[in-house]
Design a protein around this ligand. Structure first.
Ligand SMILES: Nc1ncnc2c1ncn2[C@@H]1O[C@H](COP(=O)(O)OP(=O)(O)OP(=O)(O)O)[C@@H](O)[C@H]1O
Length: 258
């Protein structure tokens, strides 16, 4: 059984069919990439899985449970974490504080227990700290631990965003363009981390990415979309060789070119 399954999903905004009849399955432990030209519907697919947008059509399952009818706040506790195309961090907080906020969904204590700082609260705090320190070590963020986000280089902020998602301790991580705006070296580093997330953390990765170098380096399978519609699915090499995919990247579809 796959970890994530999307069946014939669609969302229409007025006349715009942002996503229209897309199906795919992501196996546990797999790195699965969604590619496509600008405006193809890639981020919208993430927003459907995260339950930010209501589905016009279709169904989604995660870890054996149907999540089609769930609300956005119910998704993270199931073990799905995500990053955003436009980094969404708290600029005037430190790296450590941002990562601790990634643990927020796991809080089991209530406000009264928190202000009395009961042993249960202390134990929980210790657990959150431990997980966050693991993430800091994993992503080599030690030097930035107490630095404000606002003053950090773009590449480091992107890594912190991945860190915040990892701090949640997810089963599935959704990475929205993890290499966008990064240098070639930084993008290669992201490729190593994705590999390590799978190998060391046992994570399943679903990513949207324009950088075909990164996709080819890390993805087991790829889904190509254009104008909200699926074009091809397969290994990176198979999808890149697909004539419809090639046509879509030239700004036209194969049908239009025929
Ligand atoms: N909330 C919304 N309301 C109306 N239209 C939307 C909404 N969200 C997305 N769209 C439209 O859906 C289409 C797909 O957008 P989406 O952002 O998913 O594309 P994308 O493949 O992620 O593009 P990019 O690579 O540029 O980020 C676009 O035409 C976009 O304008």
């Amino acid at each position: 059984m796959s970890l994530l399954k999307a069946e014939d999903i669609a969302v229409h905004f007025g006349g715009v069919k942002a996503v229209d009849g897309v199906s795919f399955e992501v196996e546990a432990g797999e790195v699965f990439a969604i590619i496509g030209p600008n405006g193809a519907g890639k981020s919208t697919i993430f927003n459907l899985i995260s339950r930010i947008y209501p589905l016009t059509k279709g169904r989604i399952w995660f870890d054996g449970q149907e999540i089609t009818g769930l609300r956005a706040h119910q998704i993270a506790p199931l073990g799905i974490a995500r990053t955003f195309q436009n980094i969404e961090l708290f600029d005037h907080s430190t790296v450590l504080q941002n990562l601790l906020m990634g643990r927020h969904t796991h809080r089991r204590t209530n406000f009264l227990q928190d202000i009395l700082f009961l042993p249960k609260v202390r134990r929980e705090e210790h657990l959150h700290r431990h997980r966050v320190e693991e993430v800091i070590e994993f992503l080599e963020l030690e030097a930035y631990r107490n630095k404000m986000i606002a003053g950090l280089p773009y590449g480091v902020r992107k890594v912190v965003e991945i860190g915040r998602a990892l701090a949640l301790g997810p089963k599935l991580i959704l990475l929205d363009e993890p290499a966008s705006g990064l240098s070639v070296e930084e993008s290669q580093e992201v490729a190593f981390w994705i590999e390590d997330m799978r190998r060391e953390m046992g994570l399943t990765v679903l990513m949207v990415e324009h950088d075909m170098g990164l996709v080819t380096a890390v993805a087991d399978r790829v889904l190509a979309v254009a104008n909200g519609r699926p074009l091809a699915q397969g290994t990176p090499a198979e999808v890149q060789a697909d004539p419809e995919v090639q046509a879509a990247y030239l700004g036209t579809t194969a049908e239009a070119a025929a």
